[in-house]
Design a protein around this ligand. Structure first.
Ligand code: AMP
Ligand code: MN
Ligand code: MN
Ligand code: MN
Length: 289
């Protein structure tokens, strides 16, 4: 019998933000991978949801409308995922419009700060790379690779775009409670994304979880992509302690040896699945499914 979490992927990206597959291609690949429930959670936009929903209907897959909102907490960049929300809710859309304006402003700042790299028309090239998507640092990284400034995207982050580097502009994001509020206004569930990705001590991570819970956060990603069994047990323990439901996702952006929709480590049995919140309305979220 399949594991109770098999078939779910509640964190993924498309060409509407920094993913490389269109919403339709993403949904088709997820269905081919045997998933029954996928959430599209693009950075600060719900633009791809309508297309993903149509594709999902054709593939017989359950599509959970989602988003991943950039915030700051105690000087750290923190991502809050919203799941099963109404992508047409005016309060959410207004919030995302302000995020999108901040992204454009940030893109200009990043291009200025990295002008020393000597890339001509840097911002214009990044815009072309994004091709209408919400601009993110991966678009900058790709242009750097194409221009021969670095060999790989990873090197671009390590030297120029990652935490603490010149191109890491993060003071334009709202506090975590703002994101939680937008998500709740749209009837969604607020999930702290990939808690292990933040460069912080375990003590600070606990403070983040406490603050997230205190402002109404509902769940956390107990498993995000590939992690060790020890890490998963630790995350499950934290979810229990801070009374947060458990979410799971690949954070898929494009196919690599390590990334595919539905590719993530085993979810510990002890957790309280976030999808049970939707069991009444969504058939694949029933305990027996
Ligand atoms: P942004 O949304 O502009 O803040 O960019 C953050 C995105 O950059 C993340 O969602 C990842 O997709 C990507 N990213 C972060 N760190 C790295 C890294 N070290 N190498 C490649 N991509 C990364
Ligand atoms: Mn991303
Ligand atoms: Mn993220
Ligand atoms: Mn993500």
């Amino acid at each position: 019998m399949n594991a109770f979490w098999a078939g779910f992927d509640l964190h993924s990206h498309s060409t509407c933000s920094d993913g490389k597959l269109s919403p339709t291609e993403l949904v088709q690949l997820a269905a081919e991978q045997g998933l029954h429930t996928l959430s599209l959670t693009d950075h600060d936009t719900v633009k791809g949801i309508r297309e993903a929903k149509q594709a999902a209907e054709q593939c017989g897959l359950q599509l959970i409308p989602g988003v991943e909102i950039s915030t700051t907490w105690s000087k750290a960049s923190v991502h809050i995922v919203g799941l099963n929300l109404d992508p047409e809710n005016p309060e959410l859309l207004e919030g995302l419009a302000s995020q999108q304006a901040a992204r454009r402003q940030r893109a200009e700042l990043i291009a200025q700060k990295l002008s020393g790299l000597g890339i001509d028309d840097f911002l214009a090239k990044v815009e072309q790379q994004a091709n209408g998507a919400e601009i993110g640092r991966p678009h900058f990284a790709q242009v750097m690779v194409d221009e021969g400034v670095v060999e790989t995207m990873a090197e671009a982050f390590k030297k120029h775009l990652g935490a603490g580097k010149k191109g890491d502009v993060k003071n334009l994001w709202p506090e975590i409670d703002q994101a939680v509020q937008w998500i709740h206004a749209a009837g969604g569930v607020a999930v702290l994304a990939h808690p292990l990705h933040y460069k912080m001590t375990n003590m600070k991570r606990r403070a983040l979880l406490k603050a997230f819970k205190a402002c109404g956060g509902d769940a956390m990603e107990v498993v995000s992509g590939m992690q060790t069994p020890d890490q998963s047990r630790y995350m499950a323990q934290l979810a229990k302690e801070y009374e947060l439901k458990a979410s799971v996702g690949s954070d898929f952006h494009f196919v690599t040896q390590w990334q595919k929709p539905g590719k993530y480590s085993a979810l510990p049995e002890s957790i309280d699945p976030v999808w049970m919140t939707w069991a009444d309305s969504l058939p694949e979220c029933q305990p027996s499914a």
